[in-house]
Write a protein that binds this ligand. Structure first.
Ligand SMILES: Cc1cc2nc3c(=O)[nH]c(=O)nc-3n(C[C@H](O)[C@H](O)[C@H](O)COP(=O)(O)O)c2cc1C
Length: 187
C-alpha cells in the first residue's frame, strides 16, 4: 500500500481544517494509506525541531503534502524549524523522487500566500522531490474550486477565522490528486 503524509502546522485551526480536507481526499483513493502529522510548538526546543520520530516516519512514505499558514509572507517559524531539521537527510537524497505538494491560507485575499507555496516547492525540490501542481484552471471550474486561481498549490483564504468552504473542497481535490499520482507512480 502506498503512503501519503500530510505534514502541517496550524495555530488557530484553519490550516488544520485544510489538512483534514486533504486527508479526506487522500483517503478516498483505494489502496492509499494516509498519515497526518501536525508540527507542534512543543516539538521545538531552543529553536530546533526535535521530533526525530516524525522525521523517521516520513522516510517510509511515498508522498508528502506540506501545509502552513502564511505568516509575514512565508511559512510559519514552526514549519521552517521542521524544514531545517530535515537538512540532515539532504546529503543522502533520502526523500528523492517522493511526490510532494502544498497548501497555505491567509487572512488577506492577496496576502503573499504564493510566496509560501513557492517556499514549500523549493523545500520539496531541495530534497529532490517531485512537485505536484493544482490542475484546476482558476475561474473555469463548474464547482468553483481553486477560486483564488493559484496553480502551484492550494491557496486558501479565511475571513474572521472562517475558511471559505470552496477552499476545503479544493483541498480535498488536492489530496485526491496527490493520491492518484502516487498510485500511478507505484504501478
Ligand atoms: C504573525 C502573523 C502573520 C500573518 N501574516 C499573514 C500574511 O502575510 N498574509 C496573510 O494573508 N495572512 C497573514 N496572517 C493571517 C494568517 O495567515 C491566518 O489567520 C491563518 O488563517 C492562520 O492559520 P491557522 O489558523 O492555521 O493558524 C498572519 C497571522 C499572524 C498571526
Amino acid at each position: 500500500m502506498v503512503k501519503v503524509a500530510i505534514v502541517y502546522h496550524s495555530v488557530t485551526g484553519t490550516t488544520m481544517q485544510l489538512a483534514e480536507a486533504v486527508e479526506a481526499g487522500v483517503s478516498s483513493v483505494t489502496g492509499v494509506e494516509v498519515i497526518s502529522a501536525e508540527i507542534l510548538g512543543s516539538d521545538i526546543i531552543e529553536g530546533r525541531f526535535e521530533n526525530s520520530a516524525l522525521i523517521k516516519q516520513l522516510s517510509d512514505v511515498d508522498a508528502m503534502v506540506f501545509g502552513s499558514p502564511t505568516f509575514m509572507g512565508c511559512v510559519s517559524a514552526q514549519f521552517k524549524a521542521f524544514a531545517d531539521a530535515t537538512g540532515e537527510l539532504w546529503a543522502d537524497s533520502a526523500w528523492s523522487n517522493k511526490i510532494a505538494s502544498g497548501f497555505t491560507t491567509g487572512s488577506n485575499l492577496s496576502g503573499d500566500q504564493l510566496n509560501t507555496i513557492q517556499y514549500l516547492q523549493i523545500f520539496a525540490n531541495q530534497h529532490g522531490m517531485l512537485w505536484t501542481s493544482l490542475d484546476i484552471p482558476g475561474n473555469c471550474d463548474p464547482e468553483g474550486r481553486n477560486r483564488l486561481g493559484a496553480q502551484s498549490g492550494l491557496i486558501a483564504h479565511s475571513l474572521d477565522g472562517e475558511l471559505n468552504p470552496i477552499d476545503l473542497v479544493t483541498a480535498k481535490y488536492l489530496g485526491q490528486r496527490v493520491a492518484n499520482i502516487v498510485s500511478k507512480f507505484s504501478e
